[in-house]
Ligand binder design. Structure first.
Ligand code: NAI
Length: 335
């Protein structure tokens, strides 16, 4: 039997975690031969609810689940963590401006970045799900000077999966026949769902769905899918978000399929002219626990304009929390 790996999850009594934890414990991230220890973080008032979730985890009698740690202290929950899903975040309250939301989350993610820096495994892989996910990931990374910034990522996989699902629904082909879809930019309505490099059952995806429909319906449907689900369900997407988080971490750890790629928000290295350092979603291929940006794609003017707008939004988000960001260390500047 392999040694267990430690997987930290924040916001562990919340909606997404109520799906996510059970998938992790069932072996969906690292496979059915990898034991796991779950290390769950919540805010103090939610600890009772968290104990209830832990009872249910125990009641599933998962063969791979070797331990569950509950805490309201990030230095306990992140201790020796090999993987960290940062799901908990401060939601937008009544009368809260965008800047207030960014600042409230900056406070949370700076504490969590420092704790990861101090106690997590030196190889920890971090996925930020809690919104505004890209900028929260930037804040966590900047507060973890001893870790490599590339260890911090944010989730655009739900947007990627939504794009694949929508193209499958439109064409009638199964999702495994749809390859090389890309989400560029921020996990927000400025995100850019790009089908120009994708194909559906061997045909160029834009032709398969029709370019008018792609430009006038597809893009906006993917961008606004979160709001559509809230309108319909009266609650935000949690099962699909949990599945996307599993997919993101599994592919990062175990690799992407030959001939395909996935979308991950990662620290920009300047590829495609995107400002260095911001956490921007790119097409990536993963192997051996590492990701690499897919290079050399031709970007047409239609997509390039949208990519710039999303980049601009992320620069504005970064600038709004600039006073709370520690100066970049040399290790960070090299990246
Ligand atoms: P939720 O409100 O049901 O649960 C959030 C949980 O986080 C709560 O139990 C809360 O007590 C906890 N929490 C708050 N601050 C915390 C802190 N400092 N430390 C630890 N726990 C903390 O929300 P839900 O539906 O689970 O969503 C979580 C986040 O994920 C939200 O920010 C949501 O906007 C975001 N999200 C991101 C998506 C993406 O694609 N990147 C998709 C869907 C949701």
């Amino acid at each position: 039997m392999k040694q267990p790996v430690r997987i930290a999850v924040t916001g562990a009594a919340g909606g997404i975690s109520y799906s996510l934890l059970f998938k992790i414990a069932a072996g969906e991230v690292l496979g059915s031969d990898q034991p796991v220890i779950l290390q769950l973080l919540e805010i103090t008032p939610a600890m009772d609810a968290l104990r209830g979730v832990a009872m249910e985890l125990q009641d599933c009698a998962y063969p791979l689940l070797q331990g569950v740690v509950l805490s309201d202290d990030p230095t306990v929950a992140f201790k020796d963590a090999d993987y960290a899903f940062l799901v908990g975040a401060r939601p937008r309250g009544p009368g809260m401006e965008r800047k207030d939301l960014l600042e409230a989350n900056a406070a949370i993610f700076s504490v969590q970045g420092k704790a990861l820096n101090d106690v997590a495994s030196r190889q920890v892989k971090v996925l930020v799900v809690g919104n505004p996910a890209n900028t929260n990931a930037l804040i966590a990374a900047r507060n973890a000077p001893d870790l490599d910034p590339t260890q911090f990522t944010a989730m655009t996989r739900l947007d990627h999966n939504r794009a694949v699902g929508l193209a499958a629904n439109k064409t009638g082909f199964a999702t495994p026949t749809i390859n090389r879809v890309t989400i560029w930019g921020n996990h927000s309505v400025t995100q850019v769902p790009d089908l120009y490099h994708a194909d559906v059952a061997g045909e160029e995806a834009v032709d398969a769905v029709g370019e008018d429909w792609y430009k006038n319906t597809f893009i906006e449907t993917v961008q606004k899918r979160g709001a559509a689900i809230i309108d319909a369900r009266g609650a935000s997407s949690s099962a699909s978000a949990a599945q996307a988080a599993i997919d993101h971490m599994r592919d990062w750890a175990l690799g992407t399929y030959e001939g395909d790629w996935v979308s991950m928000a990662i620290p920009s290295d300047g590829s495609y002219g995107v400002a260095k350092g911001i956490i921007y979603s790119f097409p990536v291929r993963c192997a051996f626990g590492r990701y690499e940006i897919v290079q050399g794609l031709e970007i047409n003017d239609f997509i390039a304009g949208k990519m710039k707008a999303s980049e601009q939004e992320l620069i504005e988000e970064r600038d709004a929390v600039a006073s709370l960001l520690p100066a970049e260390t040399e290790a960070h500047l090299e990246n």
